[in-house]
Unconditional design. Structure first.
Length: 306
């Protein structure tokens, strides 16, 4: 079964260490297990222009909580750390074998662990032969440094090619939510890749492949008038979906965010939503979505609005 994943992108930068510790503690108290981070989080928030701050905070939290490592699962990524802070994502580290090995060593050191439970190719890197990238991900998995590996922001066909070349990628991480942008519309975050119907079909048809979704609540756009959807979502289908979402949340007595997360958790395929939270109250709302049950009629109504 899929689970809600705690997104730790802003730990150590916009969310201070003390607040991050409180969120991590509360997440585990509520039964959460997966914590998602990356070696480049959050370079855009830090004066150095380089990342790793989130991993460092998680590492210090683990060190301060004896026995906690056995209770949580750590997910981190490689490929998008800037090599030149002045250029940001225009100068990403990439996915060469040398880079992946060195980056994983750095991540393990910052986290203070001997392995991670999921290691992601954060972005595509077509400057490196796919066989090289596939090979090094299988190498770190076989060595026990990563229990599982996966690909983020990568088209399904490239994931399938890499699996054919020996990458044991068992998960795909993309942007996905109930509201959908217009097909072909550019997202404000150019590095984001969206789930499409054929992505869902690929995951359904591929045994042992999980789908993780980032930005499932679209930066608070559901029910927050101060955070409107970006232009790519401006189409009649969004209007119909939001109206159905509002009515569903009202009839069930829950929040729109909780309906969206329940829709993802119980869908076909089931999805692992990665959700950030800046306060314990927000985290409580997110985790309560696990108790929201969408019966067949409600789910069909949500799906039909398009």
């Amino acid at each position: 079964m899929s689970e809600i994943v705690l997104g730790a992108m802003l730990f150590g930068t916009r969310i201070g260490e003390r607040e991050s510790f409180a969120l991590l503690d509360r997440f585990v108290e509520l039964g959460g297990r997966w914590i998602d981070t990356a070696d480049n989080y959050a370079f855009w928030e830090h004066p150095s222009g380089l990342g790793g701050h989130s991993e460092l905070v998680i590492g210090r939290w683990l060190a301060a909580r004896p026995g906690m490592r056995e209770r949580v699962l750590i997910s981190t990524k490689v490929g998008a750390e800037p090599t030149d802070p002045r250029l940001g994502l225009a100068a990403m580290e990439g996915l060469s074998a040398k880079t992946v090995r060195a980056a994983l060593t750095g991540s393990l050191q910052r986290l203070g662990v001997d392995h991670v439970d999921m290691y992601w190719a954060h972005v595509e890197d077509r400057s490196v032969p796919l066989a090289e990238t596939a090979g090094v991900f299988e190498e770190v998995r076989a060595a026990g440094l990563a229990r599982r590996t996966g690909a983020s922001n990568t088209p399904a066909w490239r994931v399938e090619q890499a699996r054919g070349l020996g990458a044991g990628w068992s998960a795909l991480q993309l942007r996905h939510s109930y509201a959908q942008p217009r097909p072909g519309a550019a997202l404000e975050s150019w590095s984001h890749r969206q789930v499409f119907p054929e992505t869902l079909d690929y995951v359904r048809a591929t045994s042992g492949l999980d789908l993780w979704a980032y930005s499932p609540l679209i930066n608070g756009a559901y029910g927050r008038p101060d955070r409107p959807l970006e232009a790519a979502y401006d189409h009649p289908g969004t209007t119909r979906r939001l109206a159905t979402l509002v009515e569903t949340a009202r009839s069930l007595g829950v929040t729109q965010n909780q309906v969206v997360l329940a829709w993802l958790l119980g869908g076909d395929p089931e999805v692992f939503p990665i959700v950030g939270a800046s306060t314990p109250q927000r985290l409580d709302e997110v985790m309560a979505a696990r108790d929201v049950k969408l019966d067949t009629a409600v789910r069909e109504s949500l799906d039909a609005a398009s």
